[in-house]
Design a binder for this molecule. Sequence first.
Ligand code: NAD
Length: 262
Amino acid sequence: MGRLDGRSVLVTGGGSGLGHALVGRFVEHGARVTVLDRSEPKLTALREAFGTGVRTLTGDVTSFADNKEAADLAVREFGALDTFVGNAGVWDFGRSLLDASPEELGTGFDELFSINVKGYLLGAKAVAPHLISSRGSMIFTLSNAAFFPGGGGPLYVSSKHAGVGLVRQLAYELAPEVRVNAVAPGGMATDLRGPGAMGLADRSVADAIPIRQMVRDNGALRIEVEPDDYVGAYLYLACRDDSATVTGTVVDVSSWGTPKRT
Ligand code: NAD
């Protein structure tokens, strides 16, 4: 028996990277999964990989209408919505305050915060009525950058810090019906892109830096991490039997804060 048998889960940004790994693990554990992503080719590949276990919607998390359509699709197709995973995000490739022009900081802020923060807020707004009905839960993807500097530039790091405040406030507002938590993974070699407004939309983190080796060489545990390595914490938070008392928390699975022993 799967830990999420019969549960309905909505994942944003499930087309690649961590989101793709989440879809795979949720399906493996018996969940029916709806995915909202802006990349139609990635969603086509996802449907081919997972067949009837998934439904997809091509849309943008910065639009409330798209979030609502995805939530309604999950309920229509699978009878309810039990878990919402806000995960779609972009990175700033570590562009620093001194290196970025004032124009880049302004337009980059608007685009990056619109996806990383507003996207989570509007997703939460769209799914809240369904999760109140099902007494479900929300899980947001944050980052080691939600706690520590250096995992990006000021735009990305402040957007992930903002996510901590969002989790705490929503957990407070939506209790006792809905649990709201987050997971903070560390670096992964994925297709993570940056804001087009900063000229960072055309390459991925995996292409730009040797991130797999950087995580291995600088991390306390010295392992080469794959997105799937971070997925267990989501499963725990999605599974009511395992985490019924947990809300308003961020599970840090990055090991970023533990100094490397020499
Ligand atoms: P990814 O690019 O492989 O996956 C993100 C997905 O989100 C993509 O499929 C993309 O098409 C989709 N997306 C982006 N903007 C969207 C929008 N406006 N509307 C709808 N879909 C959109 O990257 P990933 O590394 O798997 O990122 C997933 C999450 O993990 C992000 O929140 C990211 O900040 C976080 N994270 C990544 C790393 C890393 O090193 N890769 C580290 C810590 C946290």
